[in-house]
Design a protein around this ligand. Structure first.
Ligand SMILES: Cc1cc2nc3c(=O)[nH]c(=O)nc-3n(C[C@H](O)[C@H](O)[C@H](O)COP(=O)(O)O)c2cc1C
Length: 213
């Protein structure tokens, strides 16, 4: 696929078909993500892939805890929306306003707690000792992973909701306490359903770029 097409086609997919993805395909995508740059080539990222029974077990516990109203407690702190910049708050509220207009809220809540029905979830981790530069590196890794998946015709979504109960993930996958589970990325084949019609907008250049010279 042409680079521009890959970038334009990548978007967050919130409902996947049940079809599984071959381990080799997942491995290839991860290898491509690993081409991301990092501080002195440190490559501090660590990836845990959950599929099959392991993923089902984690998923079932997430569904149960969410159903009981247990609040998320991801390894990375979350902050209240009001602590974000004014522009970010506007963007978030525009996105929620638009998404609400599509009337997919109830289904969204349901799917979020079941990892969007994805057949594979990748947990992207960093050592707890990692600094902000390493978080930046992991972001580059994440985006390259999403683009690599898109390039293969796969859908994907990075999500807080996939990592909101880290104890459950650690119970089923041996992720040491020395690692933060930063974010989860669900991948799979795209289901043709209303929730996948969500198409987020972007700021205009003048809202976030300063040209000088
Ligand atoms: C770190 C991170 C966490 C996210 N968490 C969630 C989530 O929990 N649930 C969800 O539906 N989308 C989540 N998203 C997806 C964003 O809503 C999405 O990237 C944004 O609206 C832009 O849309 P696009 O990815 O379709 O371009 C997350 C994205 C990022 C980068």
């Amino acid at each position: 696929m042409d680079f521009k097409e890959v970038v334009a086609k990548r978007r967050s997919i919130r409902e996947f078909k049940k079809d599984t993805i071959g381990k080799e395909v997942i491995a290839d995508i991860i290898m491509e993500a690993g081409r991301a740059p990092s501080w002195v080539n440190a490559q501090e990222w660590k990836v845990f892939v959950a599929t099959g029974h392991t993923l089902e077990n984690i998923r079932n516990e997430f569904i149960k805890l969410s159903g009981e109203g247990v609040k998320g407690y991801a390894d990375f702190d979350t902050t209240h929306r009001t602590s974000w910049s004014d522009q970010a708050q506007k963007n978030m509220s525009n996105f929620y306003g638009y998404a609400n207009s599509l009337n997919v809220g109830a289904r969204w809540d349901e799917l979020e707690n079941s990892f969007f029905d994805a057949p594979a979830v990748l947990f992207l981790c960093l050592p707890r000792t990692a600094n902000k530069w390493a978080v930046l590196d992991l972001g580059g890794f994440e985006q390259t992973l999403l683009l690599a998946a898109t390039n293969r015709g796969l859908g994907s979504i990075p999500a807080y909701n996939i990592v909101k109960y880290p104890d459950v993930i650690r119970k089923h996958i041996d992720i040491s306490d020395e690692y933060d589970i930063a974010v989860g990325v669900a991948i799979g084949y795209i289901a043709d359903t209303p929730i996948n019609k969500i198409q987020s907008s972007r700021m205009t250049l003048d809202q976030f770029v300063v040209f000088k010279g």
